[in-house]
Write a protein that binds this ligand. Structure first.
Ligand code: ZN
Length: 460
């Protein structure tokens, strides 16, 4: 029995593992490498295994860095099942189609450049047909019910509390009379996140494959996120300014919808809220269909009239015309993607509001270096959007504490419930994050830990 780490080794994206147990060979996750040219070129590299020879694929959750190369796998000949929880299957459907559309547009842009330079045109990583075939191969498996996939492999999905449908995978492997357990953490959620449940506590495994995204960091909190948001809304209400929130379409947008409703209910404050992102609207539809995985608190609201993602002040915009019509409105909240303001409709809203002194821009997620979101946070006074110079006169706020990932202390706390596994394999973190967490797991919990390199093979 062995495991090969084919991605997310000393990096945070591209999750992909091959496991071989006797005659069974399968994959856990098949994620996209993200974060710029060099990383993204790896997506086009050959898989270090033959996709046609896999028996099945297991998917921890729908985020693109875990699921985004599945259509590539299918394009290269994989025709078998892809098992995931029911919400993950539904979210993967919309996210993979969206990703395929982006792949096609980028390939078209590269092709135009190549034609002008007299170079050969490269095909997209995959197209919408590949994504549709992949979606047809998704097979839902409910949380907590063991599923025997071959005589050698049984899997149980446990709630990871990261995004809707996210899972830890408990693998029970059996070969030549030997039985072992391998636990894949996927991404570990932050306890007390709205809507999703807290990560399940697990106490025993022989091998633990664990993420380390925040292995060297703790989340800083500048008060309760909901209080910060309420104060901004109150000010905007008084002055007639708009509140513009760039947010990831899946997860963060639904949390914001939830918080805004709570603010309006508890403080009697009314302001129209517009969700202006077609992907976010589709993702919210998936959330509505999967109330069965909500936490207690969300359930209380589900029982109220209208439900959790519908309230009189909340509107979903569809067409580009509806989106443009928002330019004329004042005293409204707009939630739009992308989360780092690098693409999408949010850029139009920033263009129309950044120069207004009464407007508020609210940053609620991680902003990578050089992105528009990051530059606003750093206090730039002039930015270019669609080739036009825009003065930044709006108030720019940062609300911290909204993260789908457990931080260092929360990762350690989650790991502390295990009796020390035979081996802990740290992945899905930059080298420093992984090494810092390795040291803490060894010193505080007595774990034996490795931080593997890409394509390293580990005997089980
Ligand atoms: Zn994730």
């Amino acid at each position: 029995m062995f495991l090969q780490v084919c991605g997310a080794a000393r990096e945070v994206t591209g999750s992909c593992y091959v496991i071989e147990v006797g005659a069974t060979r399968f994959l856990v996750d098949c994620g996209m490498h993200q974060g710029g040219g060099k990383e993204e070129r790896q997506n086009f590299a050959r898989f270090p295994f033959d996709p046609k020879k896999l028996d099945f694929v297991l998917l921890t959750h729908a985020h693109i860095d875990h699921s985004g190369r599945l259509p590539r796998l299918v394009k290269e000949g994989y025709t078998g099942p892809i098992y995931a929880t029911p919400p993950t299957c539904d979210l993967a459907e919309i996210m993979l189609l969206d990703s395929a559309y982006i792949q096609e547009s980028e390939a078209e842009w590269r092709a135009r450049k190549a034609r002008r330079a007299g170079r050969r045109e490269a095909a997209p990583l995959y197209d919408q047909d590949d994504a549709r075939r992949t979606i047809g191969q998704l097979k839902p498996v409910a949380y907590g019910s063991p599923r025997t996939l071959t005589p050698e492999v049984t899997v149980v999905f446990h709630d990871a509390g990261h995004i809707l449908g996210s899972a830890f995978l408990e693998l029970r492997l059996e070969h030549q009379g030997e039985k072992i357990k391998v636990l894949f953490s996927g991404d570990v959620g932050q306890p007390d996140q709205p809507i999703v449940r807290d990560p399940v506590i697990i106490e025993q495994t022989d091998y633990l494959v664990m993420e380390s995204t925040y292995g060297d960091r703790r989340h800083v909190r500048n008060g309760e996120p909901i209080d910060g948001l309420a104060a901004i809304l109150e000010d905007a209400k008084r002055t007639g300014g708009n509140v513009i929130i760039p947010a990831f379409a899946v997860g963060r947008t639904q949390e914001l919808i939830y918080f805004l409703r709570q603010i309006m209910d508890e403080r009697g404050l009314e302001m129209p809220v517009y969700v202006d992102s077609p992907l976010a609207s589709r993702a919210t539809e998936v959330f509505r269909r999967h109330k069965e995985v909500f936490d207690e608190e969300a359930w209380e609201i589900v029982r109220e009239p209208g439900g959790i993602f519908n309230y009189p002040m909340l509107h979903y915009t569809g067409s580009a015309d509806e989106s443009r019509a928002l330019n004329e409105k004042r005293g409204i909240v707009i939630i739009s993607a992308s989360g780092m303001a690098e693409a999408g409709r949010i850029r139009h809203h920033l263009k129309h509001n950044l120069w207004r002194p009464e407007a508020h821009i609210v940053i609620v997620g991680f902003q990578a270096q050089h992105t528009l979101g990051r530059r606003l946070l750093e206090g730039e006074k002039r930015v270019r959007i669609f080739g036009e110079e825009i003065a930044v006169k709006a108030h720019v706020h940062e609300i911290t504490g909204l993260s789908a990932h457990a931080d260092q202390a929360q990762l350690l706390d989650w790991a502390s419930h295990f009796e020390p596994p035979r081996l802990t394999i740290l992945t899905h973190g930059e080298l420093n994050a992984a090494l810092t967490l390795e040291k803490l797991l060894e010193e505080q919990l007595g774990f034996t830990v490795v931080v593997p390199e890409k394509n390293e093979v580990i005997d089980l």
